[in-house]
Write a protein that binds this ligand. Structure first.
Ligand SMILES: [Fe+2]
Length: 346
């Protein structure tokens, strides 16, 4: 019921904003997501309260259930051709509404819409589409994806990076806005609590030890090379990483399948990770991000993946926009870029 009230409130807030401003002004407003969130939040909040849902109940839910599915919150019609690169986002009423809906939905969850300077040159939104060619990125864009958290090379909120304290935390939320999904390809979400319920206390304990090795995800590797050079230490496997964290309200996770243990396969650390991966497969819930939907995945208490996309780039192929949300209250100045209200370091 909360999701339905939240959907209706975001839908009316965004529609009203699009009606009362010219499309040029709406487009310009996206350049400052902090200001736009300030403008869009009051009417959305008022609509939620009128429907009988409190902000507290919504925010509490976002930290218990790892996925919030907002259905049909913006108009995804008369679209241009699906682009075939991460950026730029084609300027069009549907993509403007898709971005505004994401920004206000994240703001309602006390999260600022953010990007990282080291991924896709710091663009706030990227197209998730089938990419042309047969390189690494192209193949990855067509294939399925196993459970992971985004920005895995970065620390969870509240902790410092193992090598560089200027590095901002990974996002609290991954936000997907649906423009096209002709084959109803599923996004998969694995609630961490369900995954851990399948593991022994011993395995859970292993995962909380700082004994794992992580590598940055592909999109960030490109950015690290640009920012720090090909020989930088951040491109090398990072040892001494903890994957699972015990907090006041349960566990948080930092995980990707490129995480590996440094020791041999028979070590308890390695076995725990193997069983964790197996448990993820058993706990995957499917969500179809349909045109006009916004799906917000909690990147701390859930892992996400995707079933196979396939097909050809461009035309009317699958097209989502992705951005991130983060509670920025405890970020330091050094973890941001001084020339941007939304771009995080590195
Ligand atoms: Fe992801």
């Amino acid at each position: 019921m909360i999701d339905a009230h939240f959907s209706a409130a975001v839908r009316s807030g965004v529609a009203q904003w699009m009606q009362t401003n010219s499309i040029e002004d709406c487009q310009k407003a996206l350049a400052d997501p902090v200001q736009l969130a300030t403008e869009l939040t009051p009417p959305v909040l008022a609509a939620m309260i009128e429907a009988g849902t409190s902000l507290h109940a919504l925010q509490e839910r976002a930290w218990i259930h790892p996925v919030i599915h907002l259905r049909n919150v913006f108009e995804a019609t008369a679209l241009p051709e699906t682009p075939s690169a991460f950026v730029p986002i084609p300027e069009h009423p549907a993509t403007i509404a898709a971005r505004a809906a994401a920004i206000v939905a994240l703001a309602m969850l006390n999260a600022q819409t953010v990007s990282y300077g080291s991924e896709n040159d710091g663009h706030l939104f990227v197209n998730l589409v089938v990419l042309p060619g047969d390189g690494d990125f192209a193949n990855k864009s067509k294939g399925d994806m196993r459970g992971h958290t985004d920005g895995v090379y970065f620390p969870i909120r509240g902790q410092e990076h193992e090598l560089e304290k200027r590095f901002a935390p990974s996002p609290d939320f991954v936000c997907l806005s649906g423009l096209r999904n002709p084959d109803s390809v599923s996004t998969t979400v694995m609630p961490l609590s369900s995954v851990l319920a399948l593991l022994s206390p011993k395995d859970v304990e292993e995962l909380t030890k700082p004994q794992y090795v992580l590598r940055p995800q592909k999109t960030f590797r490109v950015g690290f090379k640009k920012l720090f050079g090909s020989d930088c230490q951040f491109l090398k496997p990072l040892p001494g990483v903890q994957l699972l964290f015990v907090g006041d309200n349960g566990h948080w996770i930092r995980f990707s399948h490129s995480a590996a243990v440094a020791e041999d396969d028979s070590s308890p650390a390695s076995q725990a990770i193997g069983r964790f991966e197996q448990a993820c497969l058993k706990c995957a819930d499917s969500v179809v991000v349909a045109p006009g939907d916004v799906v917000i995945v909690n990147n701390r208490i859930g892992l996400h993946g995707r079933s196979e996309v396939g097909g050809e780039p461009g035309g009317t192929s699958r097209w989502l926009l992705r951005t991130y949300g983060l509670d920025v209250e405890d970020l330091s100045e050094q973890q941001r870029y001084s020339d941007s209200v939304f771009k995080l370091y590195p």
